[in-house]
Design a protein around this ligand. Structure first.
Ligand code: HEM
Length: 417
């Protein structure tokens, strides 16, 4: 076997937090290799990048997810005992619960719901001097998520709940206060959603049978048992929170429209097809998920390199979407690249790769694409606004990242129809 290119030093966790989205790229370039060994959180880690690497990473005979997420990520972003950390039959059974919610009819429902909530924002926006799109988008997504999922939410709680979901997402690469804020948000959110699960089970609350709230509250594991209240809440939050996360992609979409006026002209003039390519390019170009982790199930060799059982392997998600072997001029924003694109499940991985049913690939990819499309359509065809001077740069070190000023809009008008 070959020797793994190795980064010297006892631990590079701090470097990961400092270098953010470029952590793997920096090491790939330094070692001129798509596979580099390093050390993170006190353990040996193998970083892998490229299309073959993604294919390897999604081989379930070689990798498992149990106990992969650090406790701190479970306490803020993911929740404990959720689908992300399951393997094999238990995972497939739970995953099917999520995927059963993603029917074409239900996707149409959330598309309509979200457009309705965007339009409902207009009267208020017109009266205000300026609005921050990031906050508005998280709120619209939170309203849409709850309505679609069958979770009742009182008007005076919307802002707080939207913020809580946002804080969980924002905690990912955060230490200190940012992490604490995410952890507290999760505790508050879980308490709320556990109450909803209990009310559904006691029939005090009766959401329609095709909603996430109903399906998750009544889901039975392979032995025929209901999920315990806490796990059910974690899984329902696994629907609500990531819908709120789409707000971040909406902000990047608005930024792209601002930064690439020529592409935006094509978007205005174009059909749904250009809108779809634009959305794919947003998901490829802008940083969101930096890395994914999995543990080797056994000893094996790959491309001549040895992998030892229980080694943590991390997939370079951001780097693959920008890999020079896979993308022509990867650091340019060019929606048209998706015109001819063949759709490899391992070269374009903003929400994971492989197969949705067999592996851990994101259960919400269709919702994400649809809500990004409908949100762009709203920004293009239903509202006119100015983008005042502000700090639109986004850090490549912060994970997750967002434009500093969070996209301020002013002079807001409805588009005359
Ligand atoms: C998993 C990203 C939206 C539900 C994932 C994974 C990523 C991801 C990277 C992990 C893939 C893996 O472990 O191999 C995103 C991004 C989103 C988004 C960037 C949009 C901003 C959504 C939405 C939903 C959702 C809207 C649900 C409505 C899930 C679930 C999993 C998951 C349930 C766990 C799947 C499993 O472990 O089998 N997502 N996601 N996500 N996502 Fe998303």
């Amino acid at each position: 076997t070959k020797q793994l290119p190795k980064e010297k030093g006892i631990d590079h966790t701090l470097a990961l937090l400092n270098e953010g989205y470029r952590f793997v790229l920096n090491r790939r370039e330094k070692k001129d290799s798509d596979i580099v060994q390093t050390r993170l959180l006190g353990q040996k880690v193998i970083l892998i990048s490229g299309e073959d690497a993604a294919e390897l990473f999604y081989d379930e005979d070689l990798f498992k997810r149990k106990n992969v997420a650090p406790k701190r990520v479970e306490k803020s972003l993911f929740g404990e005992n959720g689908v992300q950390g399951l393997d094999d039959e238990e995972h497939k059974h739970r995953k099917l619960m999520f995927l059963s919610l993603m029917t074409p009819e239900r996707l149409k429902d959330i598309e309509k719901i979200t457009m309705k909530h965007w339009k409902a924002k207009l009267p208020d926006w017109k009266m205000k001097n300026q609005v921050v799109l990031f906050d508005e988008a998280e709120e619209v997504m939170c309203r849409s998520a709850c309505e679609w999922a069958g979770v009742p939410i009182e008007e005076e709680m919307v802002e707080q709940r939207a913020q809580e979901f946002g804080f969980m997402i924002d905690a990912f690469g955060g230490v200190g206060e940012r992490y604490q804020r995410g952890k507290k948000a999760r505790q508050s959110s879980e308490k709320w959603i556990e109450g909803i699960i209990k009310q559904i089970r006691s029939k005090k609350l009766q959401p329609p049978e095709n909603t996430a709230a109903y399906v998750i509250a009544n889901h039975r594991d392979r032995k025929g048992k209901l999920l315990n209240t806490h796990t059910a809440a974690v899984e329902l939050i696994n629907i609500l929170r990531p819908i709120v996360a789409i707000g971040r992609y909406v902000v990047f979409g608005a930024l792209a429209m601002h930064d690439y006026p020529e592409e935006t002209e094509k978007l205005r003039a174009g059909d749904g097809n250009y809108n779809r390519m634009f959305v794919q390019e947003i998901r490829r170009y802008y940083p969101f998920t930096p890395l994914l982790g999995a543990n080797a199930r056994k000893d094996f060799t790959w491309k001549g390199y040895p992998f030892k059982k229980n080694t943590l392997v991390m997939l370079d998600v951001y780097g693959i979407n920008h890999h020079p072997d896979l993308w022509d001029r990867p650091n340019e924003f060019r929606p048209e690249r998706f015109k001819e694109w063949e759709g490899s499940p391992f070269a374009f991985v903003p929400q994971g790769g492989g197969d949705h049913y067999m592996g851990h690939r994101c259960a919400g990819e269709w919702i994400t694409i649809m809500l990004m499309q409908v949100s762009l359509e709203f920004l293009i065809n239903h509202v006119e606004y100015e983008v005042p001077e502000q700090e639109l740069e986004y850090s490549m070190e912060r994970m997750p990242t967002i434009p500093k000023s969070r996209f301020i809009m002013n002079q807001i008008q409805s588009t005359a129809e």
